[in-house]
Design a protein around this ligand. Structure first.
Ligand code: HEM
Length: 182
């Protein structure tokens, strides 16, 4: 059994965006970067980050309405538990990261161009301590997310290349026909 196409499309679309957000975030904070380049990276990071917050909301809603297909019976119990835990942590960080980024920027009094253009003002007060707290959460959350994504990709490759046990085929291809779904 496979995931339905909206779940697969959301998974791979968000994967692409998050995999772009991380290097962009790491590069844009470097000192001595060419100013126009830095501005463009910030513009991308803040606005795509807000879009990701909407997408994760949509994804959680979809997952709540459509439970994931069962894992193949060959997957041992401990792997099911580790998978459930790590997927839960990934979802949590995909909420925490954009929220912390948003608070860091808005509490710091900075623009989020897409929201500003739509006339959507700040949901948080301007406050230096709040901006600093959010910045710290965003930083350590980013490190945890990088570690979890590395484990997630390693596990996916293990199932797809070494075991070929049908785990990866549940979420592939991103669009179009797949096997039977739930
Ligand atoms: C899934 C979404 C996001 C991911 C994976 C992500 C990831 C990162 C990473 C890895 C960094 C570099 C580490 C650091 O210096 O803190 C960073 C920095 C930053 N991010 Fe994000 N981010 C996300 C969403 C957002 C959003 C929505 C905003 C704002 C609207 C934002 C604003 C910032 C800012 C301002 C910095 C520089 C931190 C500083 O002030 O030093 N991020 N992000």
């Amino acid at each position: 059994m496979t995931y339905r196409w909206p779940a697969r499309l959301l998974h791979w679309g968000m994967a692409l965006l998050v995999l772009a957000m991380i290097p962009v975030g790491l590069v844009m904070v470097q000192q001595g970067l060419n100013r126009p380049v830095q501005n463009a990276l910030y513009l991308f990071h803040k606005n795509v980050g807000v879009l990701l917050l909407l997408l994760i909301g949509l994804r959680l809603l979809y997952r709540w309405r459509h439970r994931p297909p069962p894992l193949p019976a060959t997957v041992p119990g401990w792997q099911r538990r580790v998978a459930a835990l790590s997927h839960g942590a990934l979802y949590l960080l995909l909420v925490v990261m954009p929220v912390a980024g948003y608070v860091r920027v808005r509490a710091g009094g900075f623009p989020i161009e897409m929201l500003d253009a739509m006339g959507i003002g700040s949901f948080v007060p301007r406050s230096k301590p709040l901006a600093e707290l959010a910045q710290t959460i965003h930083y350590f959350g980013g490190l945890a997310l990088i570690a979890l994504i590395a484990v997630h990709i390693a596990a996916a490759l293990h199932h797809a290349v070494l075991k070929g046990d049908g785990v990866f085929a549940r979420i592939w291809p991103p669009l179009g026909r797949a096997g039977r779904h739930r």
